[in-house]
Design a binder for this molecule. Sequence first.
Ligand code: PEP
Ligand code: MN
Length: 345
Amino acid sequence: MIVVMGQGASKEDMDRVIKTVKAAGLDVHVSHGIEHTIIGVVGDVRHLAPEELRVLPGVQRVVRIMHPFKLASREFRGGPSVISLDGISIGGTELVVIAGPCAVEGFEMLLETAQAVKAAGAAVLRGGAFKPRTSPYSFQGLGKEGLEMLAEVRRRTGLPVVTEVLSPSDVELVASYADILQIGTRNMQNYSLLQEVGRARKPVLLKRGLMSSVEEWLMAAEYILSNGNDRVILCERGIRTFETYTRNTLDLSAVPLVKGLSHLPVIVDPSHGTGRWDLVVPMARAAVAAGADGLMVEVHPRPEEALSDGPQSLKLTIFEKLMREILQVARAVGRSVTEVRAHAS
Ligand code: PEP
Ligand code: MN
């Protein structure tokens, strides 16, 4: 059970709720969000009627939630969450396409890619500055220099940027440059990192762990939400199976499934989901048809020269084709595609 306190609730109001909960032999978990303070009731809630709390001063809503994830559950909001960012809405009727290189390799290639994806209709630029590579000998990203390039390209193009943060100690630095903080698949269950981005004032794009169940994914989102950050975007990016012709198995059934379980927006990454550029466009179409709120796609001006993930990166012309094709699917399922902001240069 969750108690949502109204914006004007006082400390006394909070204390009264906590006292009532404890008197019923239960415990509380308090999370202070930007808009609301939420008191989670922990324990066997059968001994406490929601009405007992609903009538207390300062209480806005009491919601009974049977899932282990509470703040992430659909019941908590009763409908979808729309995450607003710099003139863009994620989770509304419009689809948001995030595109860019796997890694920021240099300023010129980043700017060239950003301008091209923007012209094709992408609303957000992606690019890794800190790269989680399987081999310690592979390109690890440009770090802070890469973040500076992302910020400069945002200034020139008007595209907000999303980039991955790998460690709790880097959250403040990455948040000072990025518009959205990305938690990669390998870190989905790095709980200290989740707590730290939960305390950040930036939206978080949470990728599904490559070996994670839907429930584990939603529990990871719960870590971020329960630390006060209510702007979480989920990203399905494929899970590991016995199949070897693809890098991962893109679980598109997770899209309608998670949208039924949670109020959070769900986007799809068909690039890491398949590992093959030739499968990216068909799976992007399928993701939109399945109800995804957006896409994250890797694009490189010269994929054969890419320092990471070249085989799954789309050439600029193929990305344009993807945008044209998803527009048609979007229309067929009652969605439109967010155009880049009118005031962008
Ligand atoms: C990425 O999007 O840059 C990335 C590394 O993806 P994933 O965490 O899904 O492998
Ligand atoms: Mn990549």
